[in-house]
Write a protein that binds this ligand. Structure first.
Ligand code: NDP
Length: 241
């Protein structure tokens, strides 16, 4: 019997690599996304992965979306909380919407998604919850008070639910990537990437989405059953917590 995995933001970037890695490992995969229908359609058709559209910042939309996924694909065994955005700006110039949008998509989403799968996982006695944080949630980052707060919150949330659900066959872990070559990072001007960001990465390059997907694949597996509440960092040696 193949397990069912739901990857939020699973149609582009790191999430797409995670969806694909899980599919190639034999999982039945559902990938959610926010609004880029074109990218989602192309990803779905190229890889034969079911895609579903809703805003992870909206609790009721998450509940309805998860219900649809469970009807069409099956009860969710593995939840990957990957969807995320940036709305950078220094605090003294940050608008309330920049704060709220990032907290909604990057942190409220963990409650909205996990709350709606946790009871089923507890009843079935198995679950894997893997949430994507960031190096900048671990160390802070200039211009990212909103993002760093949300990504640090991912770690506290995960440790707490790891404790609450450890006796029910459910693990909860975090993957904290460093700079990965997705659209989010490629949007940074090449000059800034080459002069400021890459020189700070001891391995001397950006990470690949597939390298983050491998971490998720391990944490999703039965072999990772003794690992819970942990944060797996994959950042080329840039920050060691
Ligand atoms: P991308 O921008 O490439 O992809 C983001 C994905 O999330 C898309 O599928 C997007 O959907 C979806 N998404 C965005 N907002 C919402 C929402 N409100 N509801 C549902 N889905 C949403 O991001 P990355 O692959 O770069 O990042 C993935 C995760 O990894 C994020 O949590 C990010 O913070 C984290 N991360 C990334 C790093 C990097 O270097 N790239 C470094 C550290 C952490 P749509 O296509 O419809 O827009």
């Amino acid at each position: 019997m193949s397990r069912v995995a739901l990857v939020t933001g699973g149609t582009r970037g790191i999430g797409a690599a995670i969806s694909l890695a899980l599919k190639n490992a034999g999982y039945k995969v559902a990938a959610s996304y926010a609004g880029n229908d074109e990218a989602a359609k192309a990803f779905s058709e190229a890889n034969n992965i079911a895609v579903f559209k809703w805003d992870v910042g909206d609790f009721d939309a998450c509940r309805a979306g998860i219900e649809t996924v469970e009807q069409q694909v099956g009860p969710i065994d593995v939840l990957v909380n990957n969807a995320g955005i940036t709305r950078d700006g220094t605090l003294h110039k940050m608008a309330l919407d920049q704060w709220r949008d990032v907290i909604s998509t990057n942190l409220d989403s963990l409650f909205n998604m996990t709350r709606n799968v946790i009871e089923g996982m507890r009843e079935r006695g198995f679950g894997r919850i893997i949430s994507i944080s960031s190096i900048n949630g671990q160390k802070g980052q200039f211009g990212q008070a909103n993002y760093a707060a949300a990504k640090a919150g991912v770690i506290g949330f995960t440790k707490s639910i790891a404790l609450e659900n450890a006796s029910k066959g459910i693990t909860a872990n975090v993957v904290a990537p460093g700079y990965i070559g997705t659209e989010m990072v490629r949007a940074v001007p090449a000059e800034v990437l080459n002069s400021k960001i890459i020189p700070q990465i001891p391995v001397g390059r950006l990470g690949e989405p597939e390298e983050i997907a491998e971490c998720v694949l391990f944490l999703a597996s039965d072999k990772a059953g003794f690992m819970t509440g942990s944060t797996l960092t994959a950042n080329g040696g840039q920050y060691m917590d």
